[in-house]
Design a protein around this ligand. Structure first.
Ligand SMILES: N[C@@H](CCC(=O)N[C@@H](CS)C(=O)NCC(=O)O)C(=O)O
Length: 210
């Protein structure tokens, strides 16, 4: 049994979306980040980092969105969202998940919280630097999709596409949103057309970037 602690539109979105896509029953706990729910002792006991998401898997808390995406795809292989371990496709799959988790996700964190990088006095420069890193990553992924798309793994949808779509969504109000790049835009449209995306939006109460 799964229990997801998240907040609408955050790093928990890909995890929530996959739970819906995979048809896995789960309890949903929506935290109010503005009110500081993520720093309350009960939540810190589940995730000492004080961030969302956290997924209780049979009562055990596990965190880090990319780790949860990898786990859910493996735990429910019938959906075919993860290539077989040891295969070449699996190596590419790891590559994209790690690029999202290790490259794009921290750059977005720096975009949304630029004062965390080097203090308030450097916030503007940090934000600008984050923006250029995000745009450069989008350009490289778009180039990949142009030659080897339409999904990150070619013709095969994988859990990595869900993680990337979450990140593309985060760029919607940036000077150059992901949808400025034609192949990223096409991927976003495909992903948004999934019935699970509509359910996700209803359950998280989201309206932007439909
Ligand atoms: N590396 C973490 C990052 C999680 C993260 O930064 N979550 C944000 C929301 S997107 C959060 O909880 N922010 C609240 C805060 O920092 O107080 C993951 O991917 O799960």
């Amino acid at each position: 049994m799964y229990s997801l602690y998240t907040a609408p539109g955050t790093a928990g979105l890909a995890v929530h979306w996959l739970l819906i896509e995979l048809g896995q029953p789960h309890e949903l706990h929506l935290l109010d980040l503005e009110a500081g729910d993520q720093r309350k002792p009960d939540y810190l006991a589940l995730n000492p980092n004080g961030v969302v998401p956290t997924l209780l898997i049979d009562g055990q808390p596990v965190y880090e969105s990319a780790a949860l995406v990898l786990h859910l795809a493996d735990a429910h292989p019938e959906a075919g969202l993860a290539p077989p371990p040891g295969s070449l496709a699996r190596a590419a799959y790891y590559q994209w998940i790690v690029l999202c988790a290790n490259g794009l996700l921290p750059a977005f964190r720096a975009w949304f919280h630029p004062n965390e990088v080097a203090g308030e006095s450097c916030a503007e420069a940090s934000r600008e630097h984050a923006r250029s890193r995000i745009e450069a990553a989008f350009a490289r992924i778009d180039h990949h999709l142009a030659g080897q798309g339409p999904y990150l793994l070619g013709d095969t949808l994988s859990a990595a596409d869900f993680l990337l779509t979450m990140l593309m969504r985060w760029s919607r109000n940036m000077p150059r949103p992901a949808t400025d790049w034609p192949h990223l835009r096409a991927l976003a449209e495909r992903m948004k057309a999934r019935p699970s995306f509509r359910t996700l939006y209803e359950r998280e109460g989201l309206t932007e970037w439909r």
